[in-house]
Structure formats: C-alpha cells, structure tokens
Design a protein around this ligand. Sequence first.
Ligand SMILES: *Cc1c(COP(=O)(O)O)cnc(C)c1O
Length: 793
Amino acid sequence: MDEHIVDVLRHRVGKDERAAKTHDWYTATILALRDAIIDRWMESTRRTYDEGGKRVYYLSMEFLIGRLLRDALSNMGMTRDMENALRAQGLDLAALEEMEPDAALGNGGLGRLAACFMESLATLDIPAYGYGIRYVNGMFRQRIDDGWQVELPENWLAHGNPWEFERLESSYRIGFGGEVIAEGDGVVWEPAEEVEAIAVDTPVVGWRGKRVNTLRLWTAAALDPIKLDAFNAGDHIGALADQVRADSLVRVLYPADSNAAGQELRLRQEYFFSAASIQDIVRRHVQYDGDVRTLPDKAAIQLNDTHPSVAVAELMRLLVDVHGLEFNEAWAVTQRTISYTNHTLLPEALESWPLPLFERMLPRHMQIIYAINSRVLREARKAGLDDAAIAKISLIEESGERRVRMANLAFAGAHSVNGVAALHTDLMKVTVFAELHKLYPARINNKTNGVTPRRWLQQCNPGLTAIIKDAIGDGFLDDAEKLSALNALAGDAALGERVAEVKRANKVALADHIKKTMGIRLDPDALFDVQIKRIHEYKRQLLNLIETVALYDQIRSHPERDWVPRVKIFGGKAAPSYHNAKLVIKLANDIARRVNSDPSVGGLLKVVFVPNYNVSYAERIIPAADLSEQISTAGMEASGTGNMKFALNGALTIGTLDGANIEIKDRVGDDNIFIFGLTAEEVAARRADGYDPREIIESSRELGQALSAIATGVFSPDDPDRYTGLMGGIYDHDWFMVAADFDSYAAAQRAVDTRWEDGAGWRESAIRNIANVGWFSSDRTIAEYARDIWKVM
Ligand SMILES: *Cc1c(COP(=O)(O)O)cnc(C)c1O
C-alpha cells in the first residue's frame, strides 16, 4: 500500500509527495483503495454473468450514503494497512476521513434505508444495482442564523468525487411531452423534448469485501448542448437553454412543489430516473437473455416508495410498444418483476399528480395507466366491490381536481406491497390500502426495517465494538443476532463499567466537538437526551420542548431536589416550505438561549440544537447518547430507523408504541425501555369522538404553565407573539395529541431519572438493549426481502 499510494499521488493526482496538499493525499487515498475495490467489483460482475443469476434493482429517489471512505476501508479489511501507509507519510487517516463531504443525496430515513440496504445486499452476496439521481446539490445544507433555519446549497461535488465512474456508453434518451400517433396495429410516442440520461457508477462494498455492487445514479445532458446558430446570432444564453433545462433535472432533491413549475420539475425528475433505470434493466436483460418475457426470472425491481411508481407504466410501454408483447402478457411480466415498499400512511404524503400535467408530460403513459385502471376496476367489479370501494381503488382520483394516484399505480403493478414495521403493515391494511387489500389480499406483507451494523456500530463506535469482542468474541461481526450472548453478562458489574467508560469517552468527544463548533460547554456526566431526525409535527419535537420548559420551571421552583443533570440535544432539518417545523427549530434555539444562560438552573439543564444534522453527525451523536427520543404520535411513524441505531449503541429509548418501537420493546423487554402515551388505536378513537385538548390542558398544571410561558413570549421577548399561533394550535385542535400525551411523557421522564440514579441498573439496561437489537440488522431485513419477495435466496 505504501508504494501504491505514492504512485497514485504522482500519476493520477499529478503531485509530488513534497508538493502534495492534504487534499491531494485524500484523493490519492480514495483512488488507491478504489483500485482494490475495482478488482472485486469486476469479479462480482463476472460471477453474476457466469451464473446467469437474478439481479435485484432498488429504485429510490434518495440514497443517503454519507461518507464512504471509512466504510469501504473497513469492509475491505484495509483500515490498518492504510493507516500505516499514511503514517509513513506523516498523515493521519482519521483526519483525511473528516475531509470527505457527506453525499447529500437524501433527506431522511427513507434515503438512509436505501443506503443500508445497498450495503447489506453486497454483504449477503446478492447481485444488485441501486438506481437514483446524481443530484449536483442534493439536499440543502442547514445553517442556523439567530435561531432560524437558513437553507444553503450543498456543494458536495465542489472538489470532485473520486468514487464515481461516468459511463458514457450507458446513456438513454428520455422523452417528455409530444403526441401519441397511431401506426399500424400499435402507436408511437413522439416526444416534444428529449434529454440524455448518463450513468454514473459508485461501487458499494459489502462486509469483508465479499461482493461489490453498483450504485448507478443518473445525470442529465442536452442532446444538443449548444445551439451554435443562436449563439453566433448573439443569443449566448438562449443558445445554452437546453443544457440548463437538462441540468435542472439533476440539481436538487425535492425542489419546492408549492408552485406549478416546481411540481412539473419533480414529476420530470421521477420519470427521468425511472425511465432511464427501466431502459437500462431491460437492455441488460435482452442483451444477455434475448427474450424480454423471461425478465421476471432475472430481475426483481423494488420501488422505494412511490417516487419511482411511473416505472410500472414505463416497463409496460417498453414491453408493448418496443418489444411487441400483448397487453396481458406485458402486464403479467410487469407484475412479476415489480414490488413496492410503502413508507407512509399520512394522506397528505401520498403522492398524486394533476391529471392534465401528467397527460401533457407523459401522454403515452397516461394511456397505459387508463388501460391498467380499466383492468383493475373490472377485477374489482367482478369481485363484488361497491362503488365507494371502486372509487378508492381507481388509479385516478375523480373527486375534485382529477389526479393520478401513484400509490395505487404501484400497488396495482406489483406482486408484493410491503410495510416497514409490523404496526405499519397492519394499519396499511385498514387505512390507505383497505380496498386494494380486499381486492388483492395476498399482496401486502411486512418487512421490518433494519440498519447496517457495520456503519452503525463497528465504524461509529469502535470503543464499544472492542469491548463486545472481548466479552463474547467476534461472531457478532458476521451475524448481529449473536449480540444476544451479551444477555448472560448483562448483570456483570465489570462489563457495565467498561460500557459506561466508552459511553463517557464518546460523550466527551461529542462535547468537545460542540464546544469547538458552537461554543457551548456540556457536562459529559449529565444524561445526554437526544432527539435527532427530520423536524415534523408528527415526530413531536414540540412535546419534547414543552417538557423541557416544564422541567426548567420545576428545577427553578424546587432547586432543593436531586435533579439529574440533563443535556437535551436536538437536530434535524425542516422542509423549506414547512412553516411550523421551522418555527419549532426557532423555539428550540430560543429555549436553548434562555436556559443555557440562566444561572439558577446551575448547569442542571442544557439545551443544544446542532446545525445541519446528517449521516456524519448522526455517527458522532448516536454513540454518545444515553436516551433516545422516539416520541411520534402513535400510528404515524411507519418504522423509524434512528430508534434502532440508538439501541444498538446502548441508549435507552423513551418512546410511544409506534413503528418499530413496538418491536424494539418486545425484544429488549419492558424494564429496559420507557414507553408512554396513547396507542395507535386510542389515538384513532380519541380523534373520532371529539378530542378536546383544552380540557386536558386545564387539568394539567405543568402543561398549562409551560404552554402559556411559550405562548406569551417568555422565550421570545424580542417578539412575544412568535409562538402564540403555534401554541394556539395545541389548544384548538392538537392533531398530534401533544396535550393528551404530555403527563404520561413527563412521568416517563421522571422514571428515566430514577433509573439513571440507579447507575448499575441503567448500565444493565444499556447492555440488554445492545444484546437484543441484533435482529434490527438490515442483513436480516434484506434476507427477508430476498426470500419472500425477490426469490433470490
Ligand atoms: C437514521 C437517520 C434518519 C432516520 O431517523 P428517524 O429517527 O428514524 O427518523 C434520518 N437522518 C439521518 C442522517 C439518519 O442517519
């Protein structure tokens, strides 16, 4: 490695050792590692071709992969070698790792799931491609200015990306608009506009380097990048308009869709990447198999949520219009190939597109969707479903403005529709998909999410990993469920002390980072209580903040009591157009400023909002957390994966019976988790029979005081009415049941204090969490998909 890295520095980076800057070494390090990866990559690809095996294709609008260097080194088993090679040059690997930008290709849990799945697919030696978009700017970077979120463009490609390979030979024309013209027996679509989709590949290394798969992201180019006649006529900007239009397709993730242009761009993005991916998949199959009808034997296409749903219509279009299959035969091939994962029950989050927009942009696909719909609705009629049920099954929303329902399209076009946690899957069957489930009762199944233990234990928490190895051997590195051997040692005081020492060291490291970046001093002996995730009303950061205010009041009123010192850490981005979520960020910062500068709390309470929460920040915070806040309104969080990462790192959960929290509770045991609040069933019942938050607020002194303090400007003296509306929402309707759950939440927090004061008891619970959440490895999840849905294992 020593010689190789110097050779790479000279010949590929073009620098001499003496002239090289740290960034040159960083690039050389990745390129040298990449050389080793490429050998495995080619071998993996060759093996798949030779075996004629089935491939899995994972289509996702997001891949929140974070940094790759540490992960790839560790999975290749080359960390030690690289460290030594760099040390010989006077360089520190850890410092180089810090230079890598987080790939900003995702937004939250759904995108991180796709990244964990890619790693587990390679680990389980399953041939797979991830397909998405290579966003130049991706998700915005969050800055906090005077407590407010400010969105800045994320420039993760500014210094180039040494991981990727542009594949100019893998490019496809993607059409938009135009007309469908009858021709002979069939039709031809003549698009008004075409752009070129070009593949950019990144290798994905599995654990122990068994297999290297491909993350294939599409970038866009104009067919005619410059109109020379226009340019020469003096229209220098107009001459480049096509290129700008193509470029806008791959600029940002989730452009604001509050205006018509933004909506149109989103649908264009979805079609762009779905169509390029489907064309690539069909081309590969036909090239090696010759017969498009055998596609389902060689390809399993998983749609991660509805963003790629239009792939159903695109595959039908290729099969019917290009390969000449009969509609029925094409439909059978499509359904046998495609499967769909649902990620949300929130009706406002179920994607649908205005029919006129869809028809204008994708006229042929609209015809195909009508044809699919007619088939589905005839089946529904034959099955005896009534008009009301049929209206819900239709791929077209008919009431009000007509819209194309992407979830119904995905459901109809798939042989498997899965939820991501047991409760979520149960609720799917009785809420959003109740009618479709009646029509196709075998289709819905559950695949509880998981996280990769390589990134979320081994790499982010090497201290804890070393202790576990000492205690139970290293079998858990290949099978996370072997962590259960720790159960026999959960009461071992010496092990408890060692686990606590590592936790403290991780807290010191986080506190140092926060001191350096934010200037806030944290006590590493305080309980680190963490809520990091997207800011959303259903995730109820507000419940946590209101309880923080109540605690602040209590500490000031009863300074004589033995309060457990707490650090409340918040982090997360709000969607740019989500007013209330942005206000919650400001509130967290207003509370932090007030509490942190109040000498009367005597350091017993600190509040921090960390800016720009992302994968790398998560890897820093989660190993340092004592308490994991998973407090969504029951029935609203599909699964959550943050909850799994925290438990794996020995944090105890305070949470509702929602998403995967329920399954975590079942595994770690009631004594090692703090459950509170209404169940999903109770939430639904309360909403149905006229829930009155005012009544509850009047009967809860602590809650009433906290709400009125916030509402009247105690934390916003510069703008006393800032939170009047936000608090008014809780008094008036409180859709997310903050008031209903407050007392139960506050009581659970005091139970947390009691458990914390019993140090040995807390440490035992921490070990029981680590011991019993190996099942939430994404290896287990992927093995289930492989066996039940993709039929590749
Ligand atoms: C795991 C993860 C998430 C998902 O967190 P939830 O608590 O499940 O919402 C979001 N963002 C990042 C960066 C993550 O690592």
